[in-house]
Design a binder for this molecule. Structure first.
Ligand code: CP
Length: 308
């Protein structure tokens, strides 16, 4: 694997499972008193973020540092993009400084592929528009496997909310399907993709019909920054019809898990009490994000050498 722009780059179920198994080694490293190994000494990882991020950027930077790589951070607000520099010129400028991996987040679908087509360095997609967010899908599957055992075959997952605007939904549908999950998309018709041809999913517009039967409720944020028209009456109406309220959570099976990629809109797609409950894996998802990204960076830059 030279780049990770899409779940497709992981090489199907075998490749995904290999990456999840590898992640276990990095969880162990993180539990040490000094959670750092020399595996990527001499390598440089740059985070090239044209959109805001807390989890993805910090966890990639933490992952790179724990592998002893050098890191560089690009933020659009303090860069020459403000003076009109193009994406191509930005990539060429960063590459001229000598980098081995570029983690890119961009508002345009396909931006990571485009950067990969120009770059000598390995490129990791940290989220491109409504397209994909493959490391989010990996960390979600890793988190779920830790609770349900290594096999996710037959695991019933409801992905609820703003599917239309979600890159997380696209990557998670692909990856969870590869691992054998049974997927249902839930939300208002206006937040479903215009076409679902080829998506290996069922669709429901009624969360109450789906909740009692699923093993995982995966909630998505209403992405107000990508919604330019009224797709539902009000946020309060959305919370009433599709939000995971305390009353709805009480109707789930006792062993149903709640997941969310973050950032959460508490009181909209998820009640604060549910987000903070023992069913919620949200904090674990974030913690596992570092180990997953260590595994990804090591796979791209360190293969052939020892992990430890
Ligand atoms: N889940 C996720 O991508 O979060 P950030 O936008 O904070 O990186």
């Amino acid at each position: 694997m030279k780049h990770l722009c899409s779940v497709d780059d992981l090489g199907g179920r075998a490749g995904i499972e290999q990456m999840l198994d590898l992640t276990d080694s990095f969880v162990e490293i993180q539990q040490r008193d000094i959670p750092k190994v020399p595996a990527l000494r001499g390598k440089t990882v740059v985070s090239l973020f044209f959109e805001d991020s807390t989890r993805t950027r910090l966890s990639f930077e933490t992952a790179a540092k724990r592998l002893s790589a050098d890191t560089m951070t690009f933020t659009v607000g303090s860069s020459s993009v403000k003076k009109g520099e193009s994406l191509l010129d930005t990539v060429q400028t960063i590459e001229a400084m000598g980098v081995d991996a570029i983690v890119v987040r961009h508002g345009a679908a396909g931006a990571a592929h485009r950067v990969a087509s120009w770059a000598q360095a390995s490129v990791v997609n940290g989220g491109d528009g409504r397209h994909e967010h493959p490391t989010q899908a990996l960390l979600d599957a890793f988190t779920l496997r830790r609770h349900r055992g290594p096999s996710l075959d037959g695991c019933r997952v409801a992905i609820v909310g703003d599917i239309r605007n979600s890159r997380v939904a696209r990557s998670n549908v692909k990856l969870f399907h590869e691992l054998g999950c049974d997927l249902t998309l839930v939300g208002p018709p206006t937040l479903m993709p215009e076409r679902l041809d080829g998506w290996p999913v069922s669709v429901s517009y009624d969360i109450d019909e789906v909740l009692p039967d699923v093993d995982v409720v995966y909630l998505l944020r209403i992405q107000r920054e990508r919604i330019d028209q009224a797709l539902f009456p009000t946020l309060r109406e959305y919370a009433n019809r599709w939000g995971l309220t305390v009353a709805r959570a009480a109707r789930m099976k006792p062993d149903t898990f709640v997941m969310h990629p973050g950032p959460m809109n508490r009181g909209v797609e998820i009640a604060a009490e549910v987000a903070d409950s023992s069913r919620s894996l949200v904090t674990e998802q974030v913690a596992n994000g570092v180990a997953v990204r260590m595994a990804v960076l090591w796979s791209l830059l360190g293969s052939g050498g020892p992990v430890v």
